[in-house]
Write a protein that binds this ligand. Structure first.
Ligand SMILES: [Zn+2]
Ligand SMILES: [Zn+2]
Length: 308
């Protein structure tokens, strides 16, 4: 809406340094996953389950009341001192994430296949302490026990709902993290899942890291390694179709100084490219890089089970 003084032309506006997740985050992601089910038939069953799970995240986020609310002004001090206001270590015991897990399981119950059904049952049999222990493994990016590993993506999905809700309730976005901690989310302290280059006019071509837990996005210059900060040693690797054209709007930004890579979703190429959905759909790229053996992933996707 125009006010008396008119709007500043978008060309001279500074893009925001940090943005908190919007209410339609999971809805958009689920839509994108359903597109990818069709586009990547090799992973269709897996992507269809993910689409269902993310749709359930949207449902639970919009319907379930928060089980815990911070006192007014609780985050003022953290925000003023540049500390992550929603650090997961401090909050895990307080936030009642397990009610989000129950709601999520109920929501996906009638939509999952025979293969996933035992996972829901196994989670329902866990005690509250056992669930918290799995949550800590997810939040610390540990691979967990062999028995619990298949349960971790569902636990991660519930934790994401809880933290996205908290992030949305913050009075304002945190400041951009200091250079020494710029690879960690300024809202919750978790690593990014991937990065994303936006396409809207006010931030066209601007790159952000996307948090693996709370979906906060924070600015990081393009063509800069998020692990070691080097800009001159990067190569961009993608998946091509049979005609040699890019198959998905996502690439691996690989650094030959520190030998890490982080995926980058390209909204300039595809407006709905998503740092989680396109990341899951481009699993073949991670497999290729793992076989090559040079670069290790620096992004963390808790919806994906890694390990044997
Ligand atoms: Zn975060
Ligand atoms: Zn590097």
């Amino acid at each position: 809406m125009n006010h008396t003084y008119g709007n500043a032309p978008s060309g001279i506006m500074d893009p925001p340094k940090v943005t908190l997740p919007g209410a339609d985050l999971f809805q958009k992601r689920a839509t994108r996953l359903r597109e990818l089910v069709v586009q990547v038939p090799a992973l269709d069953e897996f992507l269809a389950f993910m689409a269902r799970l993310v749709q359930a995240q949207h449902q639970v986020l919009s319907e379930q009341e928060p089980g815990w609310r911070p006192a007014p002004g609780a985050f003022d001090e953290a925000l003023a001192h540049g500390m992550p206001p929603l650090g997961y270590q401090a909050l895990l015991r307080d936030v009642c994430w397990q009610s989000d897990l129950s709601a999520l399981l109920e929501n996906v119950e009638f939509h999952v296949g025979q293969r996933q059904r035992p996972l829901l049952e196994a989670l329902r049999r866990k005690t509250s302490e056992e669930l918290d222990a799995i949550a800590v493994d997810v939040l610390e990016a540990r691979s967990g026990s062999r028995e619990n590993r298949p349960l971790m993506p569902l636990v991660a999905a519930a934790l994401q709902v809880t933290w996205v809700r908290l992030a949305q309730a913050l009075p304002r976005a945190p400041d951009k993290p200091a250079v020494e901690s710029e690879a960690l989310c300024p809202t919750c302290g978790c690593p990014p899942v991937a990065s994303v280059i936006h396409g809207e006019q006010y931030r066209s071509g601007v790159r952000y890291l996307h948090c693996s837990l709370c979906a906060t996005e924070w600015h990081l210059e393009r063509v800069k390694c998020s692990v070691c900060g080097e800009g001159g040693k990067l190569t961009y690797l993608g998946l091509d179709d049979e005609k040699g054209k890019p198959f998905l709007p996502i690439q691996a930004e690989a650094c030959s100084r520190c030998d890490h890579y982080l995926k980058v979703a390209l909204r300039e190429s595809h407006g709905r490219a998503d740092p989680v959905a396109d990341n899951l759909a481009s699993l073949a790229l991670d497999v290729m890089l793992a076989e090559e053996g040079r670069y290790s992933p620096s992004g963390y996707n808790p919806l994906l089970i890694i390990g044997d």
